[in-house]
Design a protein around this ligand. Structure first.
Ligand code: URA
Length: 273
């Protein structure tokens, strides 16, 4: 592993990469992720898979090229009969704070709409508020949030600067359990409206519930990371949730690959204008 890679991982708070119990530290070379294109709600297998490493700008451009016509052609993936369509930020956040569309409202201290630059190119979507977020009304302010901030830093991003952070559900699930499918569905119109208002160039889904909400299908992170999906014609990259990474050292290098993939994708999108 190069010194630069080691440095980046250290910055993210991710070094050492692998430490086997009773064994010496073993380091694994981080490979460039493969890229393929998929459009929800198609089954993952049904999409074209160029599956080649993105190592150069021209390779990235080539890899992204199929995306343009496909995104153009993408059909609306869900119908929502909500009345959020015309709401601006203030009304939307009011609605989120007053929401009682699912049982999560009963035990929340407050709903947590999201935070950051409302015209950001980058949107990061987490799972749902934890105890500290419920207390403070801001997403990712606990331990996982500190890791997220470090992760953002490794690709030269900073909370609030061209970055918006939201969650798939806006109210804390009791005991930080995973949000249920019905809760994700009940809350999705809020995320959807946030996306419409922000118009990000790229969405990064952090963890399975966020990815499932955005892609409208059951997924396994290991199967979808390194691939490009779309929600409402906006490219979506999926990676591990920071809270998961805090517990699973072995996948931290993969998260770093995913962030590099996201950064390269963003560069490609910007250059493609
Ligand atoms: N985990 C999340 O998914 N979101 C938060 O806001 C905090 C922790």
């Amino acid at each position: 592993m190069s010194q630069r890679t080691k440095g980046i991982l250290r910055e993210m708070g991710l070094a050492p990469l692998w430490r086997l119990r009773g064994a010496e530290e073993v380091e694994v070379e981080v490979e460039a992720p493969a890229v393929s294109v998929a459009i929800a709600p198609l089954p993952i297998e049904a999409v074209p898979t160029p599956a080649r490493p993105v190592e150069t700008r021209s390779a990235l451009r080539e890899a992204l090229a199929p995306l343009a016509p496909v995104l153009e052609a993408a059909a609306p993936r869900r119908e929502f009969s909500t009345d959020l369509a015309n709401l601006g930020w203030e009304e939307l956040e009011e609605r989120i704070r007053a929401c009682d569309a699912c049982g999560l409202c009963k035990r929340r201290k407050q709903a947590v709409p999201g935070v950051g630059d409302r015209q950001a190119d980058w949107l990061f979507v987490g799972e749902g508020p934890g105890a500290e977020e419920d207390e403070r009304g801001e997403p990712f302010v606990g331990q996982a949030g500190r890791l997220l901030d470090n992760m953002l830093g490794t690709i030269d991003l900073k909370r609030g600067e061209d970055v918006y952070i939201a969650n798939a559900v806006k109210c804390r699930p009791p005991n930080n359990r995973t949000p249920e499918t019905a809760e994700l569905a009940a809350c999705f119109p809020y995320l959807s409206r946030q996306i419409e208002l922000i118009k990000p160039r790229l969405i990064v889904a952090l963890g399975r519930p966020a990815a499932q909400a955005l892609l409208n299908q059951e997924i396994k992170i290991g199967a979808v990371r390194g691939k490009l999906f779309s929600h409402a014609s906006i490219p979506v990259v999926v990676t591990y949730h920071p809270a998961y990474l805090l517990r699973n050292m072995a996948d931290k290098a993969k998260a770093w690959e995913d962030l590099c993939f996201a950064r390269n994708t963003m560069r490609g999108l910007r250059n493609g204008e």
